[in-house]
Design a protein around this ligand. Structure first.
Ligand SMILES: [Zn+2]
Length: 167
């Protein structure tokens, strides 16, 4: 068995999970994309369940805590905040440890709205936030069959981080 000795940092994997409850009459943002729907996601910041799970996956991959340790939900400063800020902080944390994003795979679980028509826009926006190509981001969606969570949106995200290779 042999290893490439030029690689000084092994790839690292991270996982993130989040859920938010739907609330009528507020905007719905998933992956930083505004989706047409009669209700949005309540809770921390703008309620962007996907970006929160992504932030946790990035932080988890370098064992750098979780979203709540950087942006406590009790701090009114983060009420209504753009969740892209959290992703930006997580990116700084991984870069500080010499890593960049290899690929990301996301699963959304929600009864409505249908994600299919918006999946490409979400994929492209998440790629933009991470500074990677769209092909490095997987966006999948399922309905919550039998889980009784029709009034919530759930996101599960897995990331693979690879060593930054300076040109
Ligand atoms: Zn959240």
């Amino acid at each position: 068995m042999s290893f490439n000795t030029q690689v000084t940092r092994v790839p690292r994997i991270g996982t993130g999970w989040d859920s938010h409850e739907f609330k009528p009459g507020i905007p719905l943002r998933i992956g930083g994309v505004l989706l047409p729907h009669d209700s949005g996601l309540a809770g921390h910041s703008d309620g962007d369940v996907l970006l929160h799970a992504l932030t946790d996956a990035l932080l988890g991959a370098v064992a750098a805590g979780d979203i709540g340790s950087y942006f406590p939900p009790s701090d009114p400063k983060w009420k209504g905040a753009d969740s892209a800020v959290f992703v930006g902080e997580a990116l700084q944390q991984i870069a500080a440890k010499g890593y960049t994003v290899g690929n990301v795979d996301c699963t959304l679980v929600l009864a409505a709205p249908k994600i299919g028509p918006h999946a490409k826009a979400i994929q492209e926006n998440v790629a933009k936030l991470l500074g990677v190509k769209a092909e490095q981001i997987g966006i999948k969606a399922k309905t919550p069959e039998g889980t009784g969570t029709d009034n919530a949106a759930i996101a599960q995200v897995v990331v693979l981080l690879v060593e930054i290779v300076w040109p």
